[in-house]
Design a protein around this ligand. Structure first.
Ligand code: ATP
Ligand code: MG
Length: 386
C-alpha cells in the first residue's frame, strides 16, 4: 500500500536565491538516504513543501529517516485526497471511526489555493459533530484533523505532526573537514555543523604502531554513526608518528601539544583544499584543556588560512555529553583508546604559548617535508550508514 508524507521545512531566513538550492538539496538528501536504507520513495516538490510517496509497508522506517534529515521542521503521514466534499467526508469519517476521542478541531490550511478554508472547517466540523456525536473544542481538542491544500484540487489530510530536526539540509552550506579524535567532543562538533547545512568529511590522526589501532576502529564507528545524518562520509586516516617523533626530539616539550595541533591543522588544510572543503571543524571548548585557552587557540588559527569552526566553544562538558548521548556517539567515544596527542607530552604544557616561540620551534625541523610525508601515507575510506 502507498504511504504519503507531507514534509515542511524552515522558510524563515530563506532568502530568494538560496531557496531553490535549499529545496533541491533537501529532496536529494531524502532520496539518497532512503535509497541507502532500501526505502522506495518518489518525492515531489510542491510550493513550499514536499510530498513523499513510499511503498514501504511500515511507516516507522520513513518516520525514523525524516526525523534525522536536517532542514525538515515537521512532517506528517496522511492521505492525499482530490478535493470534493464527498471525499473529505469519507476520509475524515474513516479517521473518526478508527480513533478514540471525545473532542476535536478541524484545521484547514489552503494558502494561495482556490479551496475555501473556512468552508472546510465549518462543513467538515459539522459533519463529524453530527455523524459521530463528538464535541468541537478549538482550544484543547483530543484530535485535530489537519486538511492542507497541496495543489489546486488536492488536499492532504492528517492528524499527527512529527517534529523534524530543523537546521539546514546537509550540503546547502557547502563542505567542511572535521578533525575527529575518538573522544566525546569532535563527533558532537561535526553533528552540529551538519545541522547548519555543511556536508562533513573527517580526518583522524593516529600514532600507529606506537599506539594500538583502537582509535582508528573507534573513529570508523563514530563516522558511521554520524553518517546516519548525511548521505555519505569520507574518512581520511593520517599517520602522525614520524612528525611527532621529530617534534619530540627537537622541540620545547611544553609546546608539544600546540605543535602537534598546528601540524594537524596544516595537514587537514591540505586535505580540505584537495577535496574542496571550505572550513575545518574541531571539538575545542574554551578552557577545557591547556591547548584550548584563547591564546593557544589563536596560535592554532595562525597555522592555517581556512576558517576553523568550533561549535562547542561555549559548551560545558555536561552539555556536550548530553548531546553525544542523544546522537548515539557517546557509548563509542568512551571506549578506551590512546590519543596521539597524549604521546610524549609533559604534565604542564604551556597555557599561554607565544607565537615567536612556536615559530622558532617549528624552524628546528623540516616541517614542510614531514607534512608532505604524512600526506603521502594517508588512507581514505568511504563510509555509509549501516
Ligand atoms: P575530543 O573529545 O574530540 O577528543 P578533547 O576534549 O579530547 O576532544 P583535545 O584532545 O584537546 O580535546 O582535542 C581538541 C580537538 O582537536 C578535538 O576535538 C579534535 O577536533 C582535534 N583532535 C585532537 N586529537 C585529534 C586526532 N587524533 N585526530 C584528529 N583530530 C584531533
Ligand atoms: Mg581528544
Amino acid at each position: 500500500m502507498k504511504q504519503y508524507f507531507l514534509i515542511h521545512y524552515g522558510e524563515i531566513g530563506l532568502k530568494g536565491k538560496n531557496r531553490p538550492q535549499f529545496e533541491n538539496q533537501l529532496v536529494a538528501n531524502i532520496r539518497l538516504m532512503a535509497e541507502r536504507e532500501k526505502i522506495k520513495t518518489s518525492i515531489k516538490r510542491l510550493w513550499g513543501k514536499i510530498l513523499l510517496e513510499s511503498n514501504q509497508t511500515s511507516q516507522e522506517k520513513v518516520i525514523a529517516l525524516l526525523q534525522r534529515t536536517f532542514g525538515i521542521v515537521w512532517f506528517a503521514p496522511g492521505k492525499k485526497v482530490s478535493f470534493s466534499w464527498e471525499n473529505l467526508k469519507k476520509v475524515c469519517g474513516k479517521i473518526a471511526q478508527e480513533k478514540t476521542f471525545a473532542s476535536f478541531a478541524i484545521r484547514a490550511r489552503t494558502g494561495g489555493e482556490k479551496i475555501p478554508r473556512q468552508e472546510i472547517e465549518v462543513k467538515i466540523g459539522d459533519y463529524i459533530r453530527k455523524r459521530f456525536q463528538k464535541k468541537v473544542n478549538l482550544e484543547n481538542p483530543d484530535l485535530t484533523f489537519y486538511i492542507e491544500a497541496i495543489g489546486p484540487k488536492t488536499v492532504f489530510i492528517f492528524t499527527q505532526k512529527y517534529p523534524g530536526p530543523g537546521g539546514l539540509p546537509v550540503g546547502s552550506s557547502g563542505k567542511a573537514l572535521c578533525l575527529i579524535s575518538g573522544g566525546i567532543d569532535s563527533p558532537v562538533a561535526a553533528y552540529l555543523m551538519m545541522k547548519r547545512g555543511l556536508k562533513v568529511d573527517f580526518v583522524h590522526f593516529h600514532s600507529y604502531p606506537q599506539t594500538s589501532r583502537n582509535s582508528i576502529n573507534k573513529v570508523k564507528d563514530l563516522v558511521k554513526t554520524l553518517t546516519y545524518f548525511q548521505p555519505k562520509s569520507k574518512l581520511f586516516l593520517v599517520p602522525l608518528l614520524p612528525l611527532q617523533k621529530k617534534l619530540y626530539l627537537s622541540c620545547n616539550r611544553r609546546y608539544l601539544v600546540l605543535l602537534y595541533r598546528r601540524a594537524m591543522l596544516r595537514i587537514a588544510e591540505a586535505i580540505a583544499k584537495e577535496t574542496k572543503a571550505a572550513a575545518l571543524i574541531t571539538g575545542d571548548s574554551l578552557g577545557q584543556v591547556a591547548s584550548q585557552t584563547v591564546q593557544n587557540l589563536s596560535l592554532q588559527n595562525e597555522a592555517v588560512s581556512l576558517p576553523i569552526l568550533r561549535p562547542l566553544v561555549s559548551f560545558d562538558k555536561e552539555e556536550i555529553i548530553k548531546k553525544a548521548r542523544k546522537i548515539g556517539t557517546f557509548e563509542i567515544s568512551i571506549l578506551p583508546h590512546q590519543d596521539c596527542c597524549s604521546l610524549f607530552v609533559p604534565k604542564h604544557p604551556a597555557t599561554q604559548g607565544k607565537l615567536s616561540v612556536v615559530k622558532n620551534e617549528e624552524k628546528k625541523i623540516p616541517l614542510e617535508k614531514l607534512i608532505h610525508a604524512c600526506l603521502k601515507e594517508k588512507e581514505v575510506i568511504d563510509l555509509s550508514h549501516s
